[in-house]
Write a protein that binds this ligand. Structure first.
Ligand SMILES: [Mg+2]
Length: 433
């Protein structure tokens, strides 16, 4: 049964509710409603002008209503008098087809009708940088191989443990925190769960990490490649399909303990990777993380090819263990809802079409990738990915034309704005032409 928000406000001492939705660019938009008004808001939603945010709308459109999902309620650990609520979007009495959370719920329902429940865990890498965004916040964090650097991790103890304590208090079951491969980079892991819950938590985690970092005089960024010589921010997802308590990807007799269904799902991701990239790697900057040259630590830890493997981190998909796989393509800019919706759309296509993922490649793709014949490369830039998404009949039919056309139009504007920049590289290499 859904939580009664009026009652919850009284019991938990919540004075205000943030009625929040995530737009197509992954930006969270909210109205702050006093607890006295939540009864009405819970029924009718909070009103917005949709065009004013990254949604495919016009200034002439009627009011957009964000109707909160009471079960998504999270009391802000750093400001408990505020309750955060993820909302679904409605306009003119209908659900907005291209709203990210609505889309994910639609995909989950489609999977449920085939008897599948998607469960995922996400690994949201981020940097702690200076408030002006220019440098890593910790000036002493300069090791070439800084991954798991104990000293640097402990210099950020206050921020990391405030975040981890928050997750503990929220019941997310966090289990480890570390300094990641780049200077100033961290990762915190909590338990995997139902994909909608994971998406809501992923959205909230980004809000929480930014808020708590600000409190400590720093800035948290999930930007895919904020520093050219350092490893970028990935957002790896661990994926499995379930039927009740049964993991449908688990098969002790299958290759690496993964079932035929699991391999068809992987086949769908391989088949649709180019188009999916427009969602999982959604910014101009995303393409400076994948296909990137080696970083100072010795590796990018990001894929450059549409391939899968066993326990080997140089491919797009890694099977680290029986019963699940890790999808390593997405980056920190990915929209939490579109990540799950895109994974599921591609995977369901793989299952329904019984797509063959091809041969598992047990090689180091960073050094030996060029020796593999026929391995597809990932799109080299946002434009290529957008064109693939526009042409993808699979993702168009799964996610809807309203989304594909609206989303690609906005992202093309980004690409065009970027392309009009005159860079130092061009001047240095062209002035003497
Ligand atoms: Mg990581």
């Amino acid at each position: 049964m859904a939580i009664d928000l009026v009652k919850a406000a009284k019991e938990k001492g919540i004075k205000y509710f943030l009625i929040s939705y995530t737009d197509l660019y992954g930006v969270q938009r909210a109205k702050l409603a006093p607890a006295q008004a939540i009864g009405d808001m819970a029924k009718n939603g909070a009103g917005f002008a949709g065009f004013a945010t990254w949604l495919s709308m016009s200034p002439a459109d009627p009011d957009l209503f964000a109707v909160p999902d009471p079960d998504s309620l999270i009391q802000l650990p750093w400001k408990p008098e505020v309750g955060w609520l993820a909302a679904d979007l409605w306009m003119a009495g209908k659900e907005v087809e291209h709203a990210p959370r609505n889309m994910l719920k639609r995909m989950l329902a489609s999977a449920e009708s085939d008897g599948y429940t998607l469960k995922t865990g996400v690994e949201c890498e981020f940097f702690l940088i200076t408030p002006d965004g220019k440098r890593v916040s910790d000036e002493a964090d300069t090791q070439e191989k800084s991954c798991y650097d104990q000293q640097a991790l402990m210099r950020r103890y206050e921020v990391i443990t405030e975040l981890c304590d928050s997750m503990l208090s929220l019941g997310w079951a966090p289990y480890q925190n570390d300094h990641e491969d780049a200077n100033g980079q961290f990762e915190m892991n909590w338990e995997y769960d139902h994909a909608l819950l994971t998406a809501d938590r992923h959205a909230f985690f980004k809000f929480m990490a930014k808020s708590i970092a600000e409190k400590h005089g720093m800035r948290a960024t999930f930007m895919p490649k904020p520093f050219v010589n350092l490893t970028g921010n990935g957002c790896h997802a661990h994926v499995s399909l379930w039927d009740g308590k049964k993991n449908l990807f688990s098969d002790p007799k299958g290759e690496l303990g993964v079932s035929q269904l699991g391999y068809h799902f992987i086949g769908g991701l391989i088949h649709n990777a180019d188009a999916l990239c427009a969602l999982t790697n959604p910014t101009v900057n995303s393409y400076k993380r994948i296909n990137a040259p080696r970083t100072i630590s010795g590796a990018t830890w990001a894929p450059n090819s549409v391939t899968y493997t066993g326990n080997n981190r140089t491919h797009m998909i890694r099977i680290p263990d029986a019963g699940r796989f890790e999808f390593r393509l997405a980056d920190g800019a990915v929209n939490p809802y579109l990540l799950q919706a895109g994974l599921l759309a591609s995977g369901l296509d793989g299952i329904r079409q019984k797509r063959d993922p091809g041969k598992r490649l047990d090689i180091n793709m960073y050094t030996d990738g060029h020796k593999v014949k026929g391995a597809k490369r990932l799109p080299l830039n946002l434009l290529d990915a957008l064109r693939s998404l526009e042409k993808s009949s699979v993702l168009r039919s799964m996610l809807g034309s309203e989304f594909v056309d609206g989303y690609t139009k906005m992202r093309h504007n980004d690409w065009n704005a970027y392309s009009r920049q005159l860079t130092d590289w061009e001047r240095d290499n062209t002035l003497d032409c």
